[in-house]
Design a protein around this ligand. Structure first.
Ligand SMILES: [Zn+2]
Length: 114
């Protein structure tokens, strides 16, 4: 059993960590938004700020509203697009097939199939 410890100053209670005045955050309150898909989005907003009418859902990209029973519809100038949709915008189907064939060929090479 070795004596002493290589790690010093980690004794419980050796350095009380308390938030300083400077780091004290402004008062915040949680505001919950609801998107059309039923996701709840909890946002911490500064207490003195009026919450915006909508908040984009980080899970599906749809706008969320404050009324759970009446969420805003998906009507937006820029509809949510999946990553694949953006890729398809940049690449044609032919490009996609070429890329797929390339990827499959590389995969087969790695597996030792020719
Ligand atoms: Zn959502």
């Amino acid at each position: 059993m070795p004596h002493g410890s290589a790690i010093r100053g980690t004794r419980v209670g050796s350095g009380p960590v308390r938030p300083t005045e400077r780091c004290d955050p402004a008062p915040r309150r949680p505001v919950t938004y609801w998107c059309a898909k039923g996701h709840s989005i909890e946002v911490l907003l500064a207490a003195e700020v009026a919450p915006p009418a909508t908040w984009d859902c980080p899970r599906c990209g749809q706008p969320g509203g404050l009324d759970q029973l009446n969420p805003p519809g998906p009507a937006r100038a820029e509809p949510y697009k999946s990553h694949l949709a953006y890729v398809k915008e940049r690449r044609s189907d032919a490009d996609g097939e070429a890329l797929l064939a390339e990827a499959l060929a590389a995969l087969r090479r790695r597996r030792g199939e020719f």
